[in-house]
Design a protein around this ligand. Sequence first.
Ligand SMILES: Cc1ncc(COP(=O)(O)O)c(C=O)c1O
Length: 417
Amino acid sequence: MRLYPIMDTTKENDLTYEENSNNYPPAKAPISPVLSFSSFSGNDHQNAPSIASAKYKRFVTSGRIATALALINENIGAGDEVLVPAYHCESMVAPVRHTGATAVFYRINADTSINIDSITELLTPKTKVIVVTHFFGFPQNVKELRSFCDQHDLIMIEDCAHSFFGKFCGHPVGYYADYAIASTMKFFPVFDGGLLASNKHPLNQIKLEKPSVHMEVKAFLTIIERAISFNRLSFVGKILGFFTRIKDYLWSAIKAVFFKDRGSASIGPSAAEGGFSFDPAWLNTKASKVSRFIIKKTAMTELVKKRRQTYMRYVEALKDIEGCHILHTKLADHIAPVVVPVYFNHCAQVFDKLKKKGVPIWHFGEFLDPEVSVSTCPISYEYSQKVIQFPCHQELKEKEIEWVIREIKATCLAANK
Ligand SMILES: Cc1ncc(COP(=O)(O)O)c(C=O)c1O
């Protein structure tokens, strides 16, 4: 069993060879975006269709917090049932349980679309909400699901954690839902970040407070530190690096003085550190200023273009490689995948070999909820074992993309022998 979360979006370089239970070295390229001088280059800052096009918005510290706020806003609690995909990570289930409601797991199809028959079978008078996830950035048929929800008087939450960008049936992601949530850490070089959005509910009851100064400082320094650890920001980074080296000393001092009674998650949310747990202490906190500033200044059209180009390079490079296939090989207009999901016949072997080489990998769905077994949804179970994901974000350097693809090909071919 692996003892640490593989889908660790921030800590690649923090894991030492010794610390890591499987003796994997740190990733040699960033699994999620890191700040660079090109992060803001491009003219078109806010024009890509995205969840942020919604009328009402709240920038919070993580996607899981946004989900919990949507449920709380609808007074979901004990006795209610919330339909959640059987293919999931813990942070999609934890907000449901936080409200006291029961998570009920529905099946998905092989193309990762939701299985409407399964949803219909699972409906009971207690069902109040459906959470629909655009896995890896590929939109579900939310128009159809909207009609279904209206017919059965259900609240629809669009989980756009993997799909900050995109359009479906002429509208940006999130448009058809009662609420949509995003995890901005997966798309932008930020420290913390989630978004709760709605076109239908004004979100007036959701009052957020500014994060502490300590959190703001931590957010800023962590963003810089991460960039430097992957050789971004060149000479300016080295100068800033001097300041980040004092960060650890600063934190120990701050924690000792201000947070001695409040546990480890006090300064920054665990989501920002790559953890999956749910901490209600962050329910009323805004995303850090620096993270919001970066999102505002990002050249979004450029971001979408780069992600699409890189994704298609994987598709082209792996199309004839035996023993693996990419789950989605076509990109509809406007979508920007969060990662490249690759199915491997010999996944465990490939995963181990690639991790040992320092290739950055996500493993979405690796730890399914104990209530989910192969009989709940054979496809979710299979994908949790056989599908791993590789980065295609806008901050990857050319040579990093080439190297990751080369390693995947070589490792997959070797595993077939
Ligand atoms: C599909 C999906 N939804 C929601 C979340 C929760 O997002 P966050 O980590 O920002 O809390 C994740 C996290 O990985 C996710 O993959």
